[in-house]
Write a protein of this length. Structure first.
Length: 128
């Protein structure tokens, strides 16, 4: 899977975001090891804490479909800033992904940064 195609899928998912309070619309496209893509968008709530990030929405869709092996995720929130996962999303990634899991924070298909999970959450919480 090419990185640009994953970013495109995230951009399409972003169009479905529900962000009436912040206006901050985010889309995510999660790639499984067998090249399936699961998408998610953020969903806000007036109470804020029940809100759901795009990354966790994509993971929920994939986990619900029985997936457990992931290789990359692309996240896009528009052309103003690179959108890296929040701490809660990073911890979810740490639950299901290896430390070399690829995280693509994109402004556009041409303008993006790549990180490995171990860079963004070097000391994740785990029960092992």
């Amino acid at each position: 899977m090419k990185e640009k195609a994953l970013i495109q899928a995230a951009a399409e998912a972003r169009k479905q975001a529900y962000a009436p309070y912040s206006g901050f619309k985010v889309g995510a496209a999660l790639l499984t090891e067998d090249q399936k893509i699961y998408v998610g968008c953020n969903m806000e709530n007036a109470a804020y804490s029940p809100s759901l990030c795009a990354e966790r929405a994509a993971f929920a869709a994939a986990i619900g479909a029985g997936e457990r092996a992931f290789s990359a995720i692309a996240i896009i929130a528009g052309e103003k800033d690179y959108c890296v996962p929040c701490g809660v999303c990073r911890q979810v990634m740490a639950e299901f992904c290896e430390e070399d899991f690829l995280i693509i924070a994109a402004k556009t298909e041409e303008d993006y940064r790549k990180y490995r999970l171990k860079e963004l959450i070097p000391h994740s919480f785990c029960l092992e």
